[in-house]
Design a protein around this ligand. Structure first.
Ligand code: APR
Length: 271
């Protein structure tokens, strides 16, 4: 687990600007990526210790056509899923849930497949999982679905198939080359066009069409705030960029807007 790093005075000031924007113009929405879950012990993909620095992602076309790729896919899932299933939400997930319950955030659009927003208390109907969820297994032929804990993938070295139709099965997630469900993407883009405030948390914005969502908000005149450990392609269009850890920054943001004591200290009048 990485050490706690308190916010610098400059980071606190920037978070206070975000709090003011949400307070004056909210409710807003959030767009999250793997960087909000690293503090829960789940590696991201392109950060310094990212998953893609250690292994190549599975492409959907190869999964469909190559038995060796399917075997590698299921061996990786047998190794990785227990980490996802055991992970607990961190201060960042909990802060966004608090802001949703308090009415400062409406919907969270996430690229993550770990379900930690919902586990932190975000209402499921206000979380859009653009890349699906690792907690469901789906058959690519008959579209049957099972909760992960109710699906036995068989022993290591084997590839499960659909117990109903014998078809190919995989996580109910969007692999490279697999389309993002159109209705989810359309809903996310429509919300992004209308939102007055867009929080962009823990994402490199390297993957489309997901990365179009915060970009659409920026182009539609939203106040855009980015909290990310590294630069992103949207930094130039953002009103605020907090270069730092999502958990600490978001916890302070939620305290400012939902903790009355802090609100009084910071001169934010009670909503
Ligand atoms: N606080 C703030 N930022 C963080 C933290 C943290 N604790 N930990 C990591 N980050 C930053 C990293 O510096 C990186 O810029 O989060 C970003 C994560 O970027 P990616 O690893 O590219 O993850 P993401 O943007 O979610 O990837 C999008 O790519 O591989 C596909 O389907 C996968 O949904 C994923 C998509």
């Amino acid at each position: 687990m990485r050490e706690e790093r308190p916010l610098t005075p400059e980071q606190r000031r920037l978070v206070e600007v975000i709090a003011d924007a949400l307070y004056q113009r909210g409710p807003g929405m959030a767009f999250t990526g793997a960087g909000i879950s690293t503090e829960s012990g789940i590696p991201d993909y392109r950060g310094p210790n990212g998953l893609w620095s250690r292994q190549n992602p599975t492409h959907f076309r190869d999964f469909l056509t190559d038995p060796a790729v399917r075997l590698r896919y299921w061996e990786r899932r047998r190794a990785r899923y227990p980490v996802l299933a055991a992970a607990e939400p961190n201060d960042g997930h909990r802060a966004l849930a608090r802001l949703q319950v308090a009415g400062y955030l409406d919907v969270i659009v996430t690229q993550n497949i770990d379900g930690l927003h919902q586990k932190a208390g975000s209402p499921p109907e206000r979380v859009i999982e653009l890349h699906g969820t690792a907690h469901l297994i789906r058959c690519l032929s008959c579209e049957a679905r099972w909760p992960a804990e109710a699906f036995d993938p068989g022993p290591p070295g084997t590839v499960p198939d659909c117990p109903l139709c014998g078809g190919l099965v995989k996580e109910a997630t969007v692999a490279f080359g697999e389309p993002v469900p159109r209705e989810l993407l359309e809903r996310a883009l429509t919300l992004a066009e209308a939102t007055p405030v867009m929080l962009v948390i823990g994402t490199s914005l390297a993957v489309v069409p997901a990365a179009h969502v915060p970009r659409r908000a920026a182009r539609s005149g939203a106040f855009v705030a980015i909290v990310n450990d590294e630069p992103t392609p949207l930094d130039r269009e953002a009103h605020v960029v907090v270069r730092g850890r999502a958990g600490t920054a978001l916890a302070y943001l939620a305290d400012l807007l939902t903790g009355d004591r802090l609100k009084a200290d910071q001169g934010l009048t009670v909503r």
